[in-house]
Design a binder for this molecule. Structure first.
Ligand SMILES: NC(=O)c1ccc[n+]([C@@H]2O[C@H](COP(=O)([O-])OP(=O)(O)OC[C@H]3O[C@@H](n4cnc5c(N)ncnc54)[C@H](O)[C@@H]3O)[C@@H](O)[C@H]2O)c1
Length: 340
């Protein structure tokens, strides 16, 4: 069964999608990476809108518990496979290629797998979409902008990426995927949409080991009263978008006719320093954790903030969950699960 917080999120996404969601009724949708953080929310929403979902996931960072309530519903199939070699014997109406290592420590610990999922994996999914005559959506990232010099960063900015640094497996993998998708659009007229996601957070985000991201790690550290580990001085900024806003943006980009062939930033333009984030999480969790400063990893972007004018204009989308409210929901979810 869906837990209360995620269920409320899914309901709010479905209601914001409105009538547009009818396009998914009776459709067959392939979601790669559907057992992960974003992917499992996508599976929930698409399933709720009436589609039959096939989720392909190698469970490298995804979790069965994110999707087990969907198993046995008769409208959801899990196939444990690598997206680079998966060969379906059926056709789909929509293909969402979401699978990729996504946490910095995780992708840096397996750079070849990361590049494969975002090159061979993307090529494979483009071919599946082409054979099916399906519409495809690809989850790219703000990391394609690298250490951006244009702030807030619009989709027209070309990026400032170190092509051989430790983050390049992810940044350049995503950039290659984007170029490959544009080639398929130009050569075959395929209907593809690219969303560049800026740090999303919320329930189901892993906090453990190499899979943790800054928000889930800080919450976990604060709740377990261990030091909150801030890289560098903590003056670098990020912009955090609550999961229900992110998934609403992704679903609208999938369904809106005007998004065909477009690249769209999906993120929350509210910018915050990492140090302020740590203090905010300390306050929300009422924690006495100390803040501990660690060495800044190489190529860490100094500021990250999206320009979302295109998403507003094209999709009529903007985020509406305030950072503090999203954090409170996320903390509540972790507490209810007793996972820290
Ligand atoms: N969460 C964010 O803030 C964010 C920001 C920018 C981009 N993205 C992108 O969104 C997508 C989902 O990210 P997430 O945060 O949900 O991460 P996640 O790790 O929770 O989910 C990724 C899923 O893909 C699966 N996977 C990884 N490699 C695979 C492979 N080769 N074959 C099959 N399955 C594989 C994992 O098991 C997992 O279920 C990724 O493509 C990521 O790059 C996420």
């Amino acid at each position: 069964m869906l837990d209360g917080i995620v269920s409320e999120d899914v309901e709010s996404i479905v209601s914001r999608i409105g009538n547009m969601g009818k396009a998914l009724e009776t459709c067959k949708v392939l979601v790669t990476g559907g057992a992960g953080f974003l992917g499992s929310y996508i599976c929930d929403v698409v399933n709720k809108l009436g589609a039959d979902v096939v989720c392909v996931d190698d469970l490298s960072s995804g979790k069965i518990e994110n999707i087990d309530h969907l198993l046995g519903s008769g409208k959801f199939t899990l196939i444990k496979a690598d997206v680079s070699s998966f060969e379906p014997n059926e056709k789909f109406d929509y293909v969402l290629h979401v699978a990729s290592p996504a946490a910095p420590e995780e992708y840096q610990s397996k750079p070849v797998d990361t590049m494969r999922a975002n090159s061979v994996g993307t090529l494979n999914m483009l071919e599946v979409a082409r054979r099916s005559d399906a519409r495809m959506l690809y989850t790219s990232t703000s990391e394609v902008y690298g250490d951006a010099k244009a702030l807030p960063t619009p989709e027209t900015y070309w990026g400032n990426v170190n092509p051989i640094g430790p983050r390049s497996c992810y940044d350049e993998g995503k950039r290659f995927s984007e170029a490959l998708i544009m080639a398929y659009i130009r050569q075959y007229g395929l209907d593809v949409r690219i969303v560049r996601i800026f740090n999303s957070f919320g329930p189901r985000m892993r906090y453990d080991g190499a899979y943790g991201r800054v928000v889930s790690k800080f919450i976990n550290q604060a709740l377990s009263r261990r030091p909150i580990t801030v890289y560098g001085t903590g003056r670098q900024t990020r912009s955090f978008c609550y999961i229900s806003d992110t998934i609403t943006g992704i679903t609208l980009a999938l369904l809106n006719e005007k998004a065909r062939g477009e690249v769209i930033n999906i993120g929350n333009p509210h910018e915050i320093t990492i140090l302020r984030l740590a203090r905010l999480i300390k306050r929300i969790t009422d924690s006495d954790s100390k803040i501990m400063f660690m060495e800044l990893p190489p190529d860490d972007p100094k500021r990250r903030v999206p320009d979302i004018r295109k998403a507003k204009k094209l999709l009529g989308w903007k985020p509406f969950v305030k950072l503090e409210d999203g954090l409170k929901r996320t903390v509540e979810w972790y507490k209810l699960r007793g996972s820290v």
